[in-house]
Design a protein around this ligand. Structure first.
Ligand code: SAH
Length: 233
């Protein structure tokens, strides 16, 4: 719990934020059959309530910043739905000292949520303009504990590895091998993977756990829809 947003959040946004948090709690209960989680941890809910989502959204969509929906951020990319951000964060089962790698920085919103919980968040983005904008935005908002790298996320970020947790916010056909390698024994990974059922743009959200033996166990959590993870190793 390190950084506070600069400047006071407007009263209207505070009321919208309160409503959004209630909606996340309600959607968590409604999907508990799939996820096995009736409630998200207070650590995650507090982090969600602290990040000013309107700061991550282009001017023209700002009025919708506190709706529980994904929104366009330019370059054909999106900011994820708040409920999904909260759920994925929860599925990482973070301890406050963990190191978490994010793949797919986008606007930087998910990274900010993580940075409210853990000391340092390395995050990798492939689109140069998004990486530059996110980096500048996060600095302006006071998130000095997030490092943005421009690069191929499938390769992870070996210099910061091993990670206690890895979160991938774009969908691929497989779980990239380098990411598995950079996960610590006992580490958790959350990643959307394209289904074999053949629906376009639909994936399964997977939660992986690396055992002390190095063996990987995976659970299929929920059907989701993410933009694609581009490129190859
Ligand atoms: N985490 C974001 C969601 C980003 S959408 C949030 O908080 O809202 C997914 C992002 O992944 C996009 O910005 C896209 O450019 C990026 N991306 C896609 N393929 C990638 C790859 N191979 N490596 C790194 N980033 C990638």
């Amino acid at each position: 719990m390190t950084k506070k947003p600069t400047g006071p959040m407007q009263a209207a946004n505070k009321a919208r934020m309160d409503r959004l948090i209630e909606q996340i709690a309600a959607e968590t209960e409604a999907t508990a059959f799939f996820t096995g989680r009736q409630k998200l941890s207070p650590l995650v809910m507090t982090a969600m309530a602290r990040v000013p989502r309107h700061e991550f959204i282009p001017e023209s969509y700002r009025v919708s910043a506190y709706l529980n929906v994904p929104l366009p951020i330019g370059h054909g990319q999106t900011i994820s739905q708040p409920y999904i951000v909260a759920l994925m964060t929860d599925l990482l089962d973070l301890n406050p000292e963990d190191t978490v790698l994010e793949i797919g920085t986008g606007c930087g919103y998910q990274a900010a949520v993580l940075a409210e919980i853990v000391p340092h968040v390395p995050t990798v983005e492939m689109v140069p303009a998004l990486a530059a904008e996110a980096s500048q935005r996060l600095r302006r908002l006071g998130y000095g504990n997030i490092s943005v790298k421009l690069g191929q996320g499938r390769l992870g970020w070996p210099e910061h590895s091993p990670f206690d947790a890895i979160i991938v916010t774009a969908a691929s056909d497989d779980v990239p091998q380098k990411l598995i390698e950079q996960l610590r024994a006992g580490g958790r990974m959350v990643i959307p993977v394209n289904t074999e059922r053949g629906y376009w743009g639909q994936q399964d959200l997977l939660r992986l756990n690396k055992r002390n033996s190095g063996e990987i166990s995976r659970t299929n959590v929920l059907p989701v829809a993410f933009v694609p993870l581009i490129g190859r190793d």
